[in-house]
Design a protein around this ligand. Sequence first.
Ligand code: F6R
Length: 369
Amino acid sequence: DKGGWSSFMAKEINEQPEAVENTVRGRVVDGLVDIPELSALGDDRLREIDRIIIIACGTASYAGQVGSYAIEQWARIPVEVQLSHEFRYRDPVLSDRTMVISVSQSGETMDTLMAVKYAIERGVTTVSVCNTQSATIPRESDAAVYTHAGPEVAVASTKAFTAQITALYLIGLHLGRVRGTLSAEASAEAVQQFAELPEKMREAVATHEQIAQLAHWMADTRSVLFLGRHVGYPIALEGALKLKEIAYIHAEGFAAGELKHGPIALIDHGQPVFVLVPSPRTAPLMHSKVVSNIQEIRARGARVIAIVEVGDTAVLPYADDVIRLPLADALFEPLLEVVPLQWFALELSTAKGLDVDQPRNLAKSVTVE
Ligand code: F6R
């Protein structure tokens, strides 16, 4: 049941404030993050972990990339992200102090399941971040941290993505608490950010109208670029993937700093570029670098669509369109920034007369390797 929405994807984009709320529910006790499924592994085991490898595919791997910044910051454990289907073939360095965290909405993705089985055979601790109750991957893993986003029907993942980021952040906060690397202030600040998140996400969802107009004018676009830095980088990759998947438009995401190392040659008159602009309050250095990136591409004719936090006026002289999002701590910005990009893909797909929920050549769950 689409609940009055034109597509499941539209419904699921709209459900994100509740989805992230449900992921957090029951996991904050007396102002501290406590995930019972992780506690069950034993605090000693969690304290011994010296390396985390996140394995996932597609959108889930971008959630993993966003999560890797937060886990490193809060738990001070080195985290790397590997695509599930690449993991085994590199003969990864693993030990009994390694934790492998798989991220999968369906919990049935064969590439990810095979990577998890490989990890289990090598004696590492396996944690599954999954949305589907009792799916194969969480059943095989040592611990399952469910996202509780509710069933996701549209092939293009939206609410599962933001719930995956949320779950990975909770894991980072849990590990940081147990290992003593997380200050009381940082912990309280993150818990406060989670409390404010649903309301801010509702504001992000409300960018729909503005995005629909933008997409209307861009229905003939043949290529779109996305730029981001830090946690904005995986969001740029996700914005591009969404567009490929459901609007069949060539799109690429880049780390903004990488632009001058090649991709800037792509910029030509009228080339649409979405830029995820870090907050000038919480990340002034990154902010000024991204503003200069915008100046560089604008000087070469790019059509700049800037996604900024409300009150950021630095980009106004150089942006053709500005999408404003509520203030949030740097690590929480991705959870807001991705929403207008989801709407953009949906609206361009609709403008092209395509079936948003059932893109060609794709299935909701990829059960072959
Ligand atoms: C993107 C998308 C895919 C999945 C990927 C992993 O919108 O749907 O990229 O994210 O196939 O699927 P799960 O999370 O079920 O393992």
